[in-house]
Ligand binder design. Structure first.
Ligand SMILES: Cc1cc2nc3c(=O)[nH]c(=O)nc-3n(C[C@H](O)[C@H](O)[C@H](O)COP(=O)(O)O)c2cc1C
Length: 242
């Protein structure tokens, strides 16, 4: 480590996906709470916050969840498992939350901004998150933005599939904030998409509309838990300057 490394660099560089945790240590549950509080501050599309975070701490539920994470060692040895969940069914609630913010008398927003945001949450958001039947509405919206796009730059991602991507993007950002926060408290994590989402939804009593984004294991890592050296493409291979 160079002495010019900032605390943030140190956290990012030391994070590795941990596949085996020390199960003998006293585990400080509060760091997960603090890390989730930070995760909730992550940027998210239109501040819709269509997410939920399920902390699975009881031995019985953890064992079931680890089994649904395909019995991966990281899940089986974790002190706690956190399930990051997408809630597309919370759109109405989120629109209302944002409209309340816009109309809050203590808001320091400029009137012109307020009016634009009022319009955005009462018209654009309901349209973007509208339900679809046989993809018909998505196709109509796609056609509309294609026509608008002939005249001016416009958002093209308007289908029901794009909507899901939008929600999951935001949750992935929260997941990264969470993992870095846990790392900063001296614990480790591993994100998992290798899991049976249907069975996990049943375990968490979630409705059909909810979607599992990922499960993240948390605990005190071990040397054996890092399975291989960290290797990434070189900077010049993946970063392009135009
Ligand atoms: C969306 C996502 C899903 C992942 N799923 C799994 C998983 O199911 N099991 C696992 O052991 N690692 C999983 N990983 C961890 C990656 O394998 C790991 O990040 C990658 O190999 C790079 O290693 P590093 O995180 O140690 O730098 C996942 C990572 C991401 C971002």
């Amino acid at each position: 480590m160079s002495n010019t490394e900032t605390p943030f660099e140190q956290i990012v560089r030391s994070r590795r996906s941990m596949r085996a945790y020390d199960q003998t240590i006293e585990y400080d549950k509060d760091i997960v709470r603090k890390s989730l509080e930070l995760a909730i501050l992550s940027p998210n599309s239109s501040n819709m916050q269509l997410w939920e975070f399920y902390r699975v701490t009881s031995q019985e539920a953890k064992e079931k969840l680890a089994h649904y994470c395909l019995d991966q060692n990281t899940a089986k040895t974790a002190s706690e498992l956190v399930v990051f969940v997408a809630r597309p069914d919370y759109v109405k609630r989120s629109i209302q939350l944002n409209l309340n913010l816009v109309n809050d008398e203590n808001s320091f927003e400029k009137t012109s901004h307020k009016e634009r945001r009022q319009e955005y949450y009462s018209k654009t958001m309901p349209l973007f998150y509208s339900k679809d039947f046989l993809f018909i509405f998505s196709l109509l919206k796609k056609l509309l933005v294609t026509l608008i796009g002939l005249k001016k730059p416009t958002v093209r991602e308007v289908t029901v599939v794009n909507k899901k991507v939008t929600i999951h993007k935001s949750i992935a950002l929260a997941a990264q904030t969470f993992m870095l926060a846990v790392q900063s408290y001296g614990y480790n994590t591993c994100p998992m998409e290798g899991m049976d989402s249907k069975k996990i939804k049943k375990l968490l009593n979630l409705p059909k509309a909810a979607e599992i984004n990922m499960v993240i294991s948390v605990g005190k890592g071990t040397k054996e838990g890092v399975w291989y050296p960290q290797k990434r493409y070189d900077y010049n291979v993946v970063v392009k300057e135009i």
